[in-house]
Structure formats: structure tokens, C-alpha cells
Design a protein. Structure first.
Length: 359
């Protein structure tokens, strides 16, 4: 495994904490701060994947995706299904029966939706939640790698970039259109739209854009990010927003701002905040998976909210809820790497993929 790029770990740490916070805003979820978070917190993961992209054969990319993305998804689904079954058998206020039956849970797992499913056929499918991202990233990377391989032999660089940009643009338009018609399994809609974020991330590295941009550019990016947040909520999983073009531009701009902040943080590696952000970023997969477990089947945050809202008001209650949710994923983050059987499922890149790649 190559040497890690510190600012990427920091950016992932900021983004995954933003995911946790964004899902815990309660009465503030549809307001400006929520929109500001949702404008970038998923796009940046796709952009960073594009930044780190290296061409691989179709078989290699598929195998990497199965191990690094589908295995953690399946492990998370098993945890959700099991805890839901326990909650159905032993009702209690601190454990939710998120799936009313094994059948509903299995269908939700197979479909992999992040939010309410809609389609012309009126299929009733319960969303599994935030780990939709893992399935969507798997599809997105197969598509992206396929296009990059298909266009690899076009020797004229400008023509190659135009062809790739055109193909990714078509994918994005298709994803945006499908977001108004049908929520496809495995969040394929989002995977199509995400081709833009992947390609922008790839171009940022290929052109060494980060080192060439002056600070003045980030004023423009901040403005674009704010405009995106003011115009409304960006649900990438669908994908849907009041204006998808503005949301795409805001997602790119907001991600570049977070990347710039992360690069600045990386110059202070001994600061405790930076160390923690790096740790969250390095274990962002664990954080995402166990955040979903907390969201769906652990009832502590709901219990806290119901008991505190009337006494402390929505703001203080929301802050306490966010603190609890971050605490929950932090415990998971610190614990999972020390559990040999479980860590292979949730950290395959560190504990499984290296052995597979050497076969």
C-alpha cells in the first residue's frame, strides 16, 4: 500500500463528520446549515476517489470494489438485520426494529436505497439508509474505469479530455433525468451523476490544479458553495435539488474549499484536532457503517431527544444529539480495528485486500 496523503485523510475526516452531523440536525435539517453540509459531504468522496484513480483492468476494478465496498455493505446489512430481529423479539426503548420482518430487510438490502424509493411500478421498498453510498460508489467506479479504459488509446490529449468529458456529461444528464422518474437499485442514478465529481477530481490531480490556484479562487468557490446551499437541499442519492446544475457546481466548489482547508491543516500534524481528523478519515468506512447502525436500530438518540426537547429546546438538544452520535462512531472507530474477525469485514483494505492482491 502506498504512502497515505495526509490532506486526503483530513478531508475525509471532515466529510464523514459532516455526514454524521447532517443526519442529526433534526429540526434544523432543512435549513441553511443542513444544505451547506449536504452540498459537499458526498460529492467530496467521489472527487477524492477521482483524484486517487489509477487505471485498472475491468476484473481488477470489480474485485477491488467487491472487497472494499460490497463486503462492508453486506456486513453492515447483517448487523442491521440481526439487531432488528432482536428488537422484534425483545422490545425495548433503546433498540429499534427498523425492519418489520426479515423479508423487508432482505429486500431493502438487495435494493440498496438511501431514501424513499419511487418508480412508475409503485414498488414498495424500504430504504436501507446511508450505506447506499457504498453500492453507488461501486457502480460509479466501474463506469468511470470503463470509460477511462475505452478512451485510453486516444493519443491527442485535448481530444481525449473532450471525449471523456462528453461521455461523463451524458451520464450526469441521464442520472439527473432518472432522479425525476425512478429511484434505481444500488443508487445507480447517483452513480451516473457522480461521474462529473470523479472526473473533476481526476483532472485536479492530472493538471496539478491545487498548487496552481491562488487564494482568490477560493473566494469564488466559497461564493458558489454558498449559492448552492441557499438555493436548497442537494440529495445526491436521488439525485435531486432545486437546480442540479447549481448543486453540481456547488458540490465541486465546496469540496475544493474543504480540500484547501485540509491541506492547510496538514501543515500542523501534531495538533490534536488534526490527528483526530486524520483518524476519522482513515477509518471513514467504519464511521459510515456504524453511523448507519446507530441511525437505524439504536434508539439512544431518539430517547435523548424525546426527554430533552421540552426542557432544553431544539438547539441544545440537537447539539447533545450530535455529540452522542459522534461519540458512538468514535467508540466504533477505536474498537473495530482490534476485533480480528470483524475488522476484516469493515476494514478490508487494511486487513484483507493486501493478501488478496498478492495472490
Amino acid at each position: 500500500m502506498g504512502k497515505r496523503i495526509e490532506w486526503i485523510d483530513i478531508a475525509k475526516g471532515i466529510a464523514i463528520l459532516a455526514v454524521v452531523i447532517g443526519h442529526t440536525l433534526g429540526p434544523y435539517n432543512g435549513q441553511f446549515f443542513g444544505s451547506l453540509i449536504f452540498a459537499f459531504h458526498m460529492p467530496i468522496f467521489f472527487m477524492l476517489s477521482g483524484y486517487l484513480y489509477h487505471p485498472r483492468s475491468v476484473q481488477q476494478e470489480c474485485r477491488r470494489g467487491v472487497i472494499n465496498l460490497l463486503l462492508p455493505y453486506l456486513a453492515t446489512a447483517v448487523v442491521l438485520l440481526t439487531l432488528s430481529a432482536v428488537a422484534r423479539c425483545l422490545p425495548n426503548p433503546l433498540l429499534n426494529a427498523y425492519f418489520a420482518s426479515w423479508r423487508r430487510g432482505l429486500i431493502a438490502t438487495l435494493y440498496g436505497a438511501g431514501s424513499e424509493v419511487f418508480n412508475p411500478w409503485h414498488w414498495q421498498v424500504q430504504p436501507i439508509g446511508a450505506v447506499w453510498f457504498l453500492l453507488s460508489m461501486f457502480i460509479a467506479m466501474q463506469l468511470f474505469n470503463g470509460v477511462m479504459l475505452l478512451t485510453a488509446h486516444r493519443h491527442q490529449q485535448l481530444r481525449q479530455a473532450v471525449v471523456r468529458g462528453g461521455m461523463f456529461g451524458i451520464f450526469a444528464i441521464l442520472g439527473g433525468w432518472l432522479g425525476q422518474v425512478v429511484y434505481l437499485p444500488w443508487a445507480v442514478n447517483a452513480a451516473l451523476l457522480a461521474q462529473v465529481f470523479l472526473y473533476v477530481g481526476y483532472l485536479v490531480r492530472q493538471t496539478d490544479l491545487l498548487s496552481r490556484m491562488s487564494p482568490a479562487w477560493y473566494l469564488l468557490f466559497t461564493f458558489m458553495w454558498l449559492v448552492s446551499a441557499f438555493q436548497g437541499y442537494f440529495a445526491l442519492t436521488v439525485p435531486m435539488s432545486p437546480n442540479l446544475l447549481i448543486s453540481i457546481m456547488g458540490g465541486i466548489a465546496g469540496s475544493l474549499c474543504i480540500i484547501r482547508i485540509s491541506d492547510w491543516f496538514s501543515h500542523y500534524p501534531n495538533a490534536q484536532l488534526v490527528k483526530w481528523l486524520k483518524h476519522y478519515g482513515q477509518l471513514s468506512l467504519v464511521v459510515l457503517c456504524f453511523h448507519l447502525v446507530d441511525l437505524n436500530v439504536i434508539g439512544i438518540e431518539g430517547w435523548l431527544t424525546s426527554h430533552l426537547m421540552n426542557h432544553m429546546g431544539p438547539l441544545v438538544t440537537t447539539i447533545i444529539g450530535i455529540s452522542y452520535r459522534i461519540g458512538f462512531v468514535t467508540v466504533a472507530m477505536l474498537t473495530i480495528p482490534h476485533l480480528p474477525g470483524i475488522r476484516v469485514c469493515f476494514l478490508p483494505r487494511q486487513y484483507l485486500f493486501r493478501r488478496v492482491s498478492h495472490r
